[in-house]
Design a protein around this ligand. Sequence first.
Ligand code: CIR
Length: 256
Amino acid sequence: MFSNVIVRVPGKSLTEGISGADEGKPNYTKAIVQHENYINALTKTGVGVNVLPPMEDFPDSCFIEDNALCTSKCAIISRPGAQTRREEVQAKDLRPTLSKFYDNIEEITAPGTIEPGDIMMVGDHFYIGLSARTNAEGAHQMISILEKYGLSGETVEMKEMLHLKTGVNYLEHNNLLVAGEFKNDPRFDKFNKIEIPEDEAYAANCIWINDYVIVPAGYPKVKKAIEELGQYKVLEVDTSEYRKVDGGLSCLSLRF
Ligand code: CIR
C-alpha cells in the first residue's frame, strides 16, 4: 500500500535530457500535459501527490525516481551514475521533502553510484541491477543500509537495458512484467511472469499503486495482458515525450 508520491515537474531543458532512443526531442508543451495527466492518474489511486518545481539546470530531474529509494523504514538518497545527473540529489527541496515523511534518511557516498531505476522492490526485498549507472560499490552500500533496517537486497547482472526497471517490474500479487534480457533469468522463475512482447518492450515499465496499475498509452497487448489478470484497475497515461529521453512511468515518481 502506498500513501504518498513525489514528482518533479520537467523543465524546458527536458529537451536536452540524456537519450539513446533516436526518436527526436521531446515537445515540452506536450510533456507538461502528459505530466499533468500522470499526476491526475496518481491522484485517482488515492495517494497524496507532492509536486516539486522544475530544475532547469538538470534536464533529467523530472525522473525523480533516480534520486532516492523510498522504503517502508527509511529513505536513501542516491548518487546517480550519469555525470549530468550527479548533482540532482543536492536539490534544496529533496531532503526537506523526504523529511516530511521519514525520520531516517541515509545516503550513498562516493565512489558508489546507484540510480533507483535499477532497484525493484518486492515486499521487504530489493533487486538491484548492476547497470552502466549503478556500480557494485553503490549496490553494496545500498544493501548494507537496507540490512540495517531489517530489509534485504541482492544484485542482478545486466547487459542491455538502461535500468533494471526498464525491463522488469513487480505488480504485487506475485505478478512480474518481464522483457528482453530478464525473461530467462531463473531468479524470477518464482513469480507469475507476464512476458512482454518485443514490439511493446517499452511497456514493461508499468507501475502498481494500490489497486491500480498505470500502463503507458499505446501498448494494447500489455494492457490486455494486465487486464486479463483480473486483479487491477488499469489506467493509461501517454508518456510519448518521456520515451524520447528514455524515461517511463516509474522514473517519474517516488512512491511510498
Ligand atoms: C536518463 O538517461 O537518466 C534519463 N534520460 C532517463 C531516466 C529514466 N529513469 C528511470 O528509468 N528510472
